[in-house]
Design a protein around this ligand. Sequence first.
Ligand code: AMP
Length: 287
Amino acid sequence: MPALPELVRTAAELRARLLSWRSEGGILGFVPTMGALHEGHLSLVRRARAECRCVVVSLFVNPAQFGPGEDFARYPRTLEEDLELCGDGADLVFAPLPAEVYPEPQTVWIEPGPEGEALCGRFRPGHFRGVLTVVAKLFHLVGPDLAYFGEKDWQQAVLVRRMARQLRLPVEVRTCPTVREADGLAMSSRNRYLSPQDRRGALGLIRGLRAAQALAAAGEGGAGRLRDALSAEIMKAPEAKVDYIEIVDPETLAAVAHVGASGALAAAAVRFGRTRLIDNLLLQVGP
Ligand code: AMP
């Protein structure tokens, strides 16, 4: 059985432990998560393990990124399993209590700007402000050289990279491909809440994204047609409630009419009951 990583619960403990790691030199890698770990998270941990001497994983369900009526209270919390899953991939697991991250009511925020208003930002007001603020705090507490994010949350990765650049944070943001179940569903801590019927319906997301990708590869560059191909698959599940289905510029996240030379991002957010799923794929025109 792999050794459990060291668990630290306070910022002071974290600082003390990292001081001794740092004195030995080498690259410090950081994987921020909300826990309930799955293979998607673990792919980030493995990449960090391969590229860094010390790997810190954080487990923190950040209240500030959940809106009223969202699933903060029922978000899965599985600390014991998470520690085991981190196994020999992480050196340190930082699982702070909320008061460590929010020592007083938060009045100072990092605002995400226009890219934060696109896609999920339209349906989750305040979400990315909460994400950027907590990521900035965690970057500050951990002080990583490299930080790892998943492409599944493409908009989040774009915003975090932008924040790091604009605030001159001394961290390089690296992104890793979306890890999927055998049938293509993007892994998510929220998948466990899908009923068997919704789980089947949720496959419309990846089927639609792949249909759009294939159409683009076959030469279709018109965003309208690509969007229709994506939408047709999602709509096969009558219980799917669409937040958005869009073809956007991968960097600005603004809707495009045509797929440009640098490609476009097909992205969708769909709700099944109280469970909201997101997924995306990059599209390129031509082979
Ligand atoms: P979360 O715990 O959902 O906030 O996710 C923590 C990190 O894991 C984020 O950078 C996510 O983008 C990444 N992540 C979540 N699911 C996946 C997945 N299926 N494949 C790759 N990365 C993922």
